[in-house]
Write a protein that binds this ligand. Structure first.
Ligand code: OMP
Length: 267
């Protein structure tokens, strides 16, 4: 959280760059590169770092390719070359405590992520191994960006939608170390405002701008904190695959810069 706040201040950006490698969308020059997953993500990260308040590699995109080694080397590269930019491993973990312990070890010790996304629907004990790592962040799913998010997350429980209970518990009861953030999709501006009203200054990871069609201006208007920060507005495909020509890195940088500027106009 300290690194994130410093980055918001020093780099003046609320953009999180999502690293979701899909080799079928890579530029042709990577076709014969046996280390394409690492090399592509590294190039994108290096090109966009100036505009990033965080990087967010998504684990399934690596694991499905058997590219866990590339993910480990990518995070090591990010720490070495961009030490001021926190790395969120997006793995949405959640399991009984004894297993969750291994997921925490995976995220924080194997991959050396600064933070991890986690699914709260098993309850607090399933999050505890993550929460206990006071020097790492836990980014808890609250109201996700997908079209079906409301099917369960909006169910009324004691007169309030379930996601609002998650917001309240996460921001207060689960946040003893001050290391909690929440995920709310950019596709739900109203719910963003409701969550912000519940959680005070707790940071929100907001995916869903770009490929999923969320409106960055509405996100900022509805969910910034009083000091004009509090948000990691995350974009993956719209940045990563801005061009599949040889200008892929410059195009990604331009997409990240444009998103940063649009966000900053509304802060
Ligand atoms: O936790 C996440 O990062 C996440 C939560 C959510 O509610 N919606 C969501 O899209 N994500 C992730 O954010 C990224 C969005 O990618 P783009 O739609 O390409 O920007 C993907 O890696 C998703 O897995």
């Amino acid at each position: 959280m300290q690194a994130l706040r410093a980055r918001w201040r020093d780099a003046d950006t609320l953009v999180c760059v999502g690293l979701d490698p899909e080799p079928g969308k890579f530029p042709a020059r990577f076709l014969s590169d046996p280390d394409a997953v690492f090399a592509f993500c590294r190039d994108i990260a290096d090109a966009t770092a100036d505009y990033a308040c965080a990087f967010k590699p998504q684990i399934a995109h690596f694991a499905a390719l058997g590219a866990e080694d590339a993910l480990a080397r990518l995070i090591a590269h990010l720490h070495a070359v961009h030490p001021d930019v926190p790395v969120i491993l997006d793995s949405k973990r959640g399991d009984i405590g004894s297993t969750a312990q291994h997921y925490a070890t995976e995220a924080f010790d194997r991959y050396r992520a600064d933070a991890v996304t986690a699914n709260p629907y098993l309850g607090r004990d399933a999050l505890q191994p993550f929460l206990d790592r006071a020097d790492r962040g836990v980014v808890i799913l609250c109201r996700t960006s997908n079209p079906g998010a409301g099917e369960l997350q909006d169910l009324l429980v004691a007169g309030r939608p379930l996601y609002q209970h998650v917001a309240e518990k996460a921001a207060v009861k689960w946040n003893a170390h001050g290391n909690v953030a929440l995920v709310v999709g950019a596709t739900w501006p109203e719910q963003l405002a409701e969550v912000r009203a519940i959680v005070g200054d707790v940071p929100l990871l907001v995916p869903g701008v770009g490929a999923q069609g969320g409106d960055a201006a509405a996100v900022v208007r509805n969910a910034k904190t009083a000091d004009g920060t509090g948000l990691m507005i995350s974009s993956s495909r719209a940045v990563l695959y801005a061009s599949n020509g040889d200008d892929y890195a410059q195009a990604a940088a331009a997409a990240a810069r444009t998103l940063r500027d649009e966000i900053n106009r509304h802060r």
